[in-house]
Design a protein. Structure first.
Length: 277
C-alpha cells in the first residue's frame, strides 16, 4: 500500500496509527446517517399514527422506541471514544442479536404476507367474524372492514350462517358481538342466521368459544379478519381442530400497515410461546 494513500487517524506521543484514506470512517458515517434518517422516519410515523389515526392500544409508541434506538446507535457510530469504551464482545453480541432479530422479523412477515390476500370458496357452512374494537360511534375501521367483507360473502351465500365473536373491553360501550350483530342486521342479514359469542377477549378465545357453536370436524368454516391478521388466525384455528377452514381477508387503513405488521409479528411469537399455534 502506498504511503500517500494513508492519513493519521489517531496519535499519541509514541505511535501514529494509519488507516487507508476514507476507509472505515466514511462507512461509519454513512451508517450513522442511515440510522439518523431511519430514526426521523420512525418518529414521524409514530406521531402520525397517534395524531391522525388513533388506536385502542398504545403499541404504536414502539416506533418512538425504535427511533430513539436508531438515534442512539447512530450517535455511538460517530463517537469513536464511546465505541472504544464498549468491549468488543459486547459490540459483536449486540450486532449478532440485531441481525438475528431482523432475520426473524423478515421470516415472520413473509408468513403473514402468505395469507394477505386469502380468498374463500363459496358455500361454507359458517362464517366467523373475529372481533375488534367497538367504539361509541360504531365499529372501528378495521372491524368495519371485516364486517363489510363478511356481508359480501353472506349475501352471495344465503345458506351460510355467521358467528360474530368478541367480548366487551374496558373501553367499549357494548360487546363486540352485540355491536356486530346489530351492524349485520342493519345491513339486511337475517338475524336468524347470526350467532353471537360474547365472552372472548383475544383471537385464541374467539376460535375456542366459536368452535363450541359448530362442529369443527365436519362444518366448513370461513374466518373473516384483516389481511395482516389472517395467518395467525388460521394457524390458531387449525391448532384448535378446525378441519375445514379457510380465510377471507379484509383490507385495512394503508397508513397503519407497517404498525399492524410489526404488532402481528409480536403476536405470532407470543402465541407460539403460549402453544396456541
Amino acid at each position: 500500500m502506498k504511503r500517500d494513500r494513508l492519513i493519521p487517524v489517531e496519535k499519541s506521543k509514541k505511535v501514529i496509527y494509519l488507516d487507508p484514506r476514507g476507509r472505515g470512517v466514511d462507512q461509519k458515517h454513512y451508517g450513522a446517517m442511515a440510522l439518523y434518517v431511519l430514526a426521523v422516519l420512525c418518529a414521524l410515523y409514530c406521531v402520525g399514527i397517534g395524531l391522525f389515526v388513533g388506536f385502542g392500544s398504545y403499541f404504536f409508541l414502539i416506533w418512538g422506541v425504535i427511533a430513539a434506538f436508531c438515534a442512539a446507535w447512530g450517535w455511538i457510530l460517530t463517537h469513536k471514544s464511546v465505541q472504544e469504551r464498549i468491549p468488543r464482545w459486547i459490540r459483536m453480541t449486540f450486532c449478532g442479536l440485531v441481525a438475528a432479530g431482523i432475520l426473524l422479523l423478515l421470516i415472520l412477515e413473509g408468513m403473514i404476507f402468505g395469507q394477505f390476500g386469502a380468498k374463500a370458496e363459496a358455500g361454507a357452512d359458517y362464517v366467523i367474524i373475529l372481533g375488534a374494537q367497538w367504539k361509541t360511534t360504531g365499529p372501528s375501521y378495521v372491524l368495519q372492514k371485516r364486517l363489510d367483507k363478511a356481508i359480501e360473502y353472506l349475501n352471495a351465500n344465503p345458506e351460510t350462517k355467521v358467528i360474530v365473536s368478541g367480548g366487551q373491553g374496558y373501553n367499549e360501550p357494548v360487546s363486540e358481538a352485540e355491536g356486530m350483530k346489530g351492524y349485520l342486521a342493519d345491513a339486511g342479514i337475517d338475524p336468524e342466521r347470526i350467532l353471537a359469542e360474547d365472552a372472548s377477549t383475544n383471537t385464541t378465545q374467539n376460535l375456542i368459544y366459536s368452535g363450541e357453536l359448530l362442529n369443527k370436524s365436519e362444518d366448513s368454516v370461513v374466518i373473516v379478519t384483516n389481511n395482516f391478521h389472517m395467518f395467525r388466525a388460521l394457524a390458531i384455528a387449525k391448532k384448535q381442530g378446525y378441519l375445514h377452514v379457510e380465510g377471507l381477508s379484509a383490507g385495512t387503513y394503508p397508513l397503519t400497515v407497517p404498525n399492524n405488521l410489526l404488532r402481528e409479528a409480536f403476536g405470532i411469537v407470543k402465541d407460539f410461546m403460549a402453544n396456541n399455534l
